[in-house]
Design a protein around this ligand. Sequence first.
Ligand SMILES: CC(=O)N[C@H]1[C@@H](OP(=O)(O)OP(=O)(O)OC[C@H]2O[C@@H](n3ccc(=O)[nH]c3=O)[C@H](O)[C@@H]2O)O[C@H](CO)[C@@H](O)[C@@H]1O
Ligand SMILES: C=C(OP(=O)(O)O)C(=O)O
Length: 417
Amino acid sequence: MSRLLVKGQNKLNGELAIKGAKNAVLPILAATILNKGESILFDAPHLSDVDAMINILQSIGCKIEFENSIMKVDTSNLSSHEIPEHLVREMRSSIFLMGPMLARCGKIKISYPGGCEIGPRPIDLHLKALRQLGVKIKEAHGFLECEVVKLDGTEIHLDYPSVGATENTMLLAVMANGTTKIRNAAKEPEIVELQTYLNKMGAKVSGAGTSQITIEGVKKLNRVEHKIMADRIVAGTMLVAGAMAGGDIILKNIVIDHIKPIISKLRESGCIIEEKTDSLRLKTHKRIKAIEMTKTLPYPGFPTDMQAQFMSLMAIAKGTSIITETVFENRFKHVDELMRMGANIKIDGRVAVIQGVPELTGANVTAKDLRGGAALVLAGLGAEGITIVNNVKHIDRGYDRIEEMLKCLGAEVYRLN
Ligand SMILES: CC(=O)N[C@H]1[C@@H](OP(=O)(O)OP(=O)(O)OC[C@H]2O[C@@H](n3ccc(=O)[nH]c3=O)[C@H](O)[C@@H]2O)O[C@H](CO)[C@@H](O)[C@@H]1O
Ligand SMILES: C=C(OP(=O)(O)O)C(=O)O
């Protein structure tokens, strides 16, 4: 099992180009089922979640070639509508297959998905929306047996702007008869990316990025080539690395608009950030200031996927910070590990109170989930001495070799196998 060794308090200096986003490529990989043919993806990241999705697609008859960052997917020959349970349990995103499989085959048998331990993650909103579009769903023995009765466009009001439920609904409604409107849709950039991808295939989707998405169903979708958008959370993580360790770093291939909520918090904490069209420079010279209030919210609020990394930074900030996690119920598993490194954090329900300490100290810590794991690597960069982060498999779900990225920025991080 891999571990990372992080040498602390090395000032960072360097440049890094950000690769394609996990949360964009996963629903897009599911969407490749829709065109019954070839799709080419550029800038696809090498992540264990991407491998898990590839394994699922291959298990149902798809052919996939993945070299460098280019992925060729051929979904001409689907041989099964039953998704193997052990593969589905590998990750939450396997649930994205429901929409496209129902659109293409009219049925799917799939178990409840797995994924990181960040609190209960029901799929009721997905199922409710799919049922409204005309799908009959039988839930028994941990499996969902779904069949299209009649696929008709309709109005769907999501009780919460769930990213996954919005995407799954889009992935089915593109091939429904007539028009579907999704109200209270999620507005994340990855939703806009999925709309762009589907429209390149010949779908008629509009409104992504706002709370109402309109989808006019079509009968056929076509071959597509697409470059995956840059990962805003990886960019945010690298910015926090720069802030944590101090120094002067440049990130390239980013969409500034997508990371505005992160930039704004980093500026509040005293970082100097220069924005260019698709690149950004971050400098820090003195100790970071605490930020009184940070609340995670759906986009364009501060992303929950940056909460843990930001907490590492606040752990060494001057003063007291409060972070409220409103999106997931139990996303504070990194706190105990940060406390091993000397952080002073108190949790009360969904609220974390962080009393900044002048210095963390390197320790032997364990990643419990993806972003919490990345937060420990960041904490190691700011800490005195050596930090060992165990259970790197969680980090590999969403970072394409985090140690290589950090090395580009001048950090000393090594993988121990
Ligand atoms: C692959 C992917 O894109 N993952 C992202 C996606 O996850 P995901 O799509 O799972 O996140 P959602 O937006 O659906 O979840 C947000 C909240 O809604 C709840 N909920 C969701 C669906 C449902 O049917 N019922 C329900 O109650 C969840 O438990 C959670 O509390 O958005 C999250 C919120 O920005 C991010 O943290 C994840 O990185
Ligand atoms: C929670 C995350 O992802 P997923 O929804 O794939 O578990 C994440 O990317 O931080």
